[in-house]
Ligand binder design. Structure first.
Ligand code: NDP
Length: 500
């Protein structure tokens, strides 16, 4: 840290850039990631070449190629499902829950042991700040395996009936925003419940799950229990439509989720969908405002806003709106955008050129529909996919920026006068994944939280995740839960799926 430039109060009253502590660069070493020239898929306990074309995965912060990745053909998907079926029948469904738990513990420890390497790989491949991959993605992924390891031998005592059975083979498709963490969310409960899996990562972020494959191999998980096929959406479609599956779990866009649900209708296969969101973050006038500002910033700028449960619609009580927006701009102006490998960076790179184009197009619609755009004065690198933190005020509920998932560092601000108006606006969305409420009044908190149509409601906080807490949505945010006891139920054939 070298110097501070000006005081926060002075900055709020002046149009010049807000105060910045200037830090010396503190880059993590890319060498820790041990990125190889080429990666293979993982099927039947072996690293194998796919019969698809190799693709290059790039570093979105530099646009440079990181590594070549072998990709699957439809025949490879078939091989992977066959390997998963064989493993299910010959080993995984035959061993005890306590034995399954030991493997999960080993994987959890393997992730923890290689945490620094995984964080670097994730940041290089995804563009997220190293402090987030280091402090959130990787430890939470490890925690997911630890948590589910503990469940593996207790399923018959968990209120699922005396003999809950696994479903069989699960096909899982995950997105690019939390590549390792989403892999953990999918694989850990499936294995704890006794299923085997075939999983496909997003084409733009395959590396961390392929390092996880090494950890799985080192843990000596029986061959075929976890299979990883790489490729684009066509391989995802081939996987979820494969007749050899008993269960499909998908996280990604609502559009693709709807296609999957339509194509699986009538097949009898179990399905869970974790889709998009447009969460309301509601600030009442009695809220602890400085704390709320931190929650708003975390809610929308964590992971560049590439978060399905991001607090992308800020609902502020009119009487404090000016004060909140003032404080918010001052705080956002202190966020550092740039090299994701620098430990001081708050906002990293957008994951792909395509996602950057989506963000630009949706924010342009905000201008065209009459909202007022404010952009952080932070410098933006010339190279790489970057979008500065942006706030729209004067947003009407009908605008696209209030209705559609932007999936970027863009906040839409709306105001309200009464709790009923806040609730009506918060629920005026086709989604229903998450919401935040900020107030000192306990009764109001409970009343609003219970009337919000959202799977997760945070009270005086935002974006808190725990493996023991169920996560999932309503309406176009999908159905089914991940995490906690309800998340296990999604991988079990049970007589009672009620929450205890
Ligand atoms: P997608 O839904 O297209 O991608 C999610 C995963 O599904 C990826 O692995 C993708 O493969 C795969 N996939 C794509 N098409 C199919 C298909 N027909 N059948 C099965 N699998 C398929 O999301 P995008 O990456 O295109 O992002 C688009 C928008 O979706 C974002 O702007 C955001 O709004 C939202 N989104 C929401 C997420 C969430 O967590 N809820 C996560 C990601 C995106 P591949 O990427 O290789 O093409």
């Amino acid at each position: 840290m070298t110097k501070s430039v000006t005081t926060p109060a002075a900055a709020r009253n002046s149009p010049s850039p807000p105060p910045q502590w200037e830090y010396s660069p503190a880059p993590e070493s890319a060498a820790i990631g041990r990125i190889r020239d080429r990666y293979q898929m993982y099927i039947g306990g072996r690293f194998v070449d796919g019969r698809g074309e190799d693709v290059k995965t790039i570093n979105p912060a530099t646009e440079e190629a990181l590594a070549a990745v072998s990709t699957a053909s439809i025949a490879d998907v078939d091989d992977a499902v066959t390997a998963a079926r064989t493993a299910y029948q010959q080993t995984w469904s035959r061993i005890s829950g306590a034995e399954r738990g030991k493997y999960l513990f080993r994987i959890a420890r393997g992730i923890a042991e290689r945490a620094r390497e995984l964080a670097v790989v994730e940041t290089l491949d995804n563009g997220k700040p190293i402090k987030e991959s280091r402090d959130v993605d990787v430890p939470t992924a490890s925690a997911h395996f630890f948590y589910h390891a503990g469940w593996a031998d207790k399923l018959q005592h968990a209120g699922f009936g005396p003999a809950p059975r696994p479903l069989g083979v699960a096909g899982q498709v995950i997105p690019w925003n939390f590549p390792l963490l989403m892999a953990a969310w999918k694989i850990a409960p499936a294995l704890a419940a006794g299923n085997t899996v075939v999983i496909k990562p997003a084409e733009t972020t395959p590396l961390s799950i392929l390092v996880l494959a090494e950890i799985i191999a080192e843990a000596q998980l029986p061959p075929g229990v976890v299979n990883i096929v790489t490729g684009a959406g066509d391989i995802g479609a081939a996987l979820v439509n494969h007749r050899g599956l008993d269960k499909v779990a998908f996280t990604g866009s609502t559009e693709v989720g709807k296609q999957i649900q339509a194509s699986l209708a009538g097949t009898g296969r179990r399905i869970t969908l974790e889709l998009g969101g447009k969460a309301a973050n509601i600030i009442f006038d009695d809220a602890p405002l400085d704390q709320a500002i931190e929650g708003i910033v975390n809610g929308i700028f964590f992971n560049q806003g590439h978060v399905c449960c991001a607090g992308s619609r800020l609902l502020v009580q009119e009487s404090v709106a000016d004060e909140v927006i003032d404080k918010l701009r001052a705080r956002i102006g202190t966020l550092r955008l740039g090299d994701p490998m620098d430990k001081n960076t708050d906002v990293g790179a957008i994951n792909s050129a395509a996602q950057l184009a989506t963000i630009r197009s949706l924010t342009d619609s905000g201008d065209a529909e009459g909202a007022a755009r404010w952009t952080s004065p932070c410098p933006v690198p010339d190279r790489g996919f970057f979008f500065p933190p942006t706030v729209f005020t004067g947003v009407a509920q009908s605008m696209r920026i209030a209705r559609e998932e932007i999936f970027g560092p863009v906040l839409s601000v709306l105001t309200f006068r009464t709790p009923d108006e806040a609730l009506a606006k918060a629920n005026n969305t086709p989604y229903g994944l998450s919401a935040g409420v900020w107030t000192e009044k306990g009764s109001r908190m409970l009343g609003i939280a219970s009337a919000l149509r959202a799977g997760v409601v945070w009270a005086n906080t935002f974006n808190r995740f725990d493996p023991a807490a169920a996560f999932g949505g309503y309406q176009e945010s999908g159905f089914g839960r991940e995490g906690g006891r309800s998340g296990l139920a999604a991988y079990l054939d049970t007589v009672d799926q009620e929450d205890s």
